[in-house]
Ligand binder design. Structure first.
Ligand code: GLN
Length: 534
């Protein structure tokens, strides 16, 4: 018989941005290290159906799963920490739950009942969580509830989690609450009041947390831990210090050293972990590789959403993965493409240049000039999705002399649409969930830089685009020295471009960053960082 899945519910207090995602990933990682079958779920209580239509500057990157989900960026943290793919069902939103309930009501499935938040909406939430545990045969599922306790939007979710604890029993369900102990200046004392209040708020809705993860700049002082313990009705050994560390990958060890694994096993009535039974070796090696401070490699990332580095979190991480493996210290400067336009010369001090994904017109002239500058100055260039498309536009304009060359996304009336709408997108009206999404196979042309770095004639990578290279220009580009070295769907679309005479000039239509993991950098990034440091 299938084992019942146990749940760890992670809630957040005080304010957003405390690192609930990293805390949840770290807990899951520790359980994985202790040989448990574990995964993570993110609940997003907002009314968007998914993250696909959200501005990355406000919410961070849109992370794409293999099955084409446009998810919250925390899903990326789970995949990277656990080195394990998750499906889009792991990102639950209010819109998904309510749509499900409303559709069932329209089909008449509630048999005349008055449809209500309790029990119908909460049942739908519980059903979604339990289905993941069962279908994936998990021993433990870590479920992170987005937002801050006290928000109106998260109430139905917290109520559903409370019910699961009641139904499945305290030996199968525990609550972890992430809070903050701020200190007002460097030597100032760590304040406990925000934590006290947020635990009270949680208790008011019927949830007594079993553990507190307290974010702080310096390790939590013992007296502060005691105080929090008293006021929150939680033993001091269940109050964990989540102080700042040099890298998010160091967080699992920080909480492990405070005894979190023993406590979780005890609370969830699992047999205590055997001495030496944990599998630390691989993770330790990976974390260590990030500590070495090798030669600095300066990368310019020229994009539109630079005000929040989290807009490109997977690209940032992928570069770090590559740096760690190669023993290089990758330093990234995020540069606003809009401000750069006309002054690309300032990019000459960088070892490598990236133009990442993006949408819409703003900043594109700066990105096109950047792609051209990297080509002219023989500076390693990696163009991802939009960066691939705009590199092709730049080549059309500056090498082939094509008047007004552009992407029809930017200039719908351009006489030279180097990048044009995917044919199957012509009648698409809805913006949400309608891009070409998720994993698709890409064929790699032999004897090219792409084939050298992928060492394979076929790869599978995640996509998120509506436009593509217009093959009308294929021959002209080849004659001028730019070749397409990756394609898909029986050569219907171009997926990679290179300039063989250049030091490293690679554009890819797919998103390699979503496949990069600590210890296992995606091939493009490794090759790009290597080229940038040579
Ligand atoms: N805006 C471009 C497209 O839709 C590129 C998308 C992206 O960079 N993710 O095709």
């Amino acid at each position: 018989m299938q084992q019942q899945t146990k749940y760890i519910f992670v809630t957040g207090g005080v304010m957003s941005g405390l690192g609930k995602g990293v805390t949840s990933s770290s807990i899951a990682k520790l359980l994985q290290i202790h040989n448990k079958r574990v995964s993570c779920v993110k609940i997003d209580p907002y009314l968007n159906y998914d993250a696909g239509t959200m501005n990355p500057v406000a919410h961070g990157e849109v992370f794409v799963t293999e099955d084409g989900g446009e998810c919250d960026m925390d899903i990326g943290n789970y995949e990277r920490f656990l080195n394990q793919n998750v499906t889009k069902s792991h990102n639950i939103t209010t819109a998904q739950v309510y749509s499900q309930v409303i559709e069932a009501e329209r089909r008449g499935e509630y048999l005349g009942a008055c449809v209500q938040i309790i029990p119908h909406v909460t049942d739908a939430i519980k059903g979604r969580i339990r289905k993941i545990g069962q279908e994936e045969n998990l021993e433990i599922l870590v479920v992170e509830c987005g937002g801050t306790v006290g928000d109106i939007e998260s109430l139905p979710f917290l109520e559903a989690l409370r019910q699961i604890r009641l139904e499945d029993g305290a030996e199968n369900v525990m609550f972890v609450h992430v809070t903050l102990a701020p200190s007002l200046d460097v030597v100032g004392e760590q304040k406990t009041k925000p934590t006290q209040h947020s635990v009270q708020e949680l208790r008011r809705i019927g949830i007594q947390p079993d553990m507190l993860m307290v974010r702080c700049t310096r390790p939590l002082e013992d007296s502060v831990r005691e105080k929090i313990s008293h006021f929150s009705n939680i033993t001091a050994r269940d109050v964990f210090s989540c102080h700042d560390v040099e890298s998010i990958l160091a967080v699992p060890k920080v909480i492990y050293d405070q005894g979190i694994v023993t406590e979780i096993f005890r609370k969830l009535s699992m047999e205590a972990p055997q001495e030496g039974g944990a599998n630390w070796k691989e993770w330790d090696l990976i974390v260590d590789s990030f500590r070495k401070n090798g030669e600095e490699v300066k990368i310019a990332m020229v994009g539109k959403y630079v005000k929040l580095p989290d807009s490109y979190v997977s690209v940032n991480q992928a570069l770090k993965h590559a740096g760690a493996k190669l023993g290089k210290n990758v330093k990234i400067d995020w540069i606003d493409a809009e401000e750069l336009n006309g002054n690309v010369d300032s990019l000459s001090s960088y070892d490598g240049i990236i133009v990442p994904g993006g949408f819409g017109e703003r900043g594109t002239e700066g990105m096109i000039k950047t792609a051209n500058f990297a080509r002219e100055r023989n500076i390693p260039y990696l163009g991802i999705c939009f960066g691939f498309q705009l590199a092709a536009v730049a080549f059309g304009r500056y090498v082939c002399g094509l008047e007004g060359a552009n992407s029809s996304e930017i200039d719908p009336s351009t006489q030279n649409p180097i990048i044009d709408l995917l044919p199957e997108q012509k009648d698409v009206k809805n913006k949400g969930g309608s891009l070409r999404l998720g994993s698709h196979e890409v064929n790699i042309v032999e004897n090219t830089m792409a084939s050298k770095l992928y060492k394979s004639s076929k790869i599978s990578r995640r996509h998120r685009h509506r436009y593509e290279f217009n093959q009308k220009y294929l021959e002209m580009f080849a004659l001028k020295g730019l070749v397409f070295t990756g394609h898909s769907d029986g050569k219907k679309r171009m997926e990679a471009l290179e300039i063989p005479s250049h030091k490293f000039y690679l554009g890819i239509q797919f998103h390699p960053e979503f496949s990069s993991r600590p210890g296992y950098p995606e091939e493009c990034f490794e090759a790009f960082v290597r080229a940038s440091s040579s």
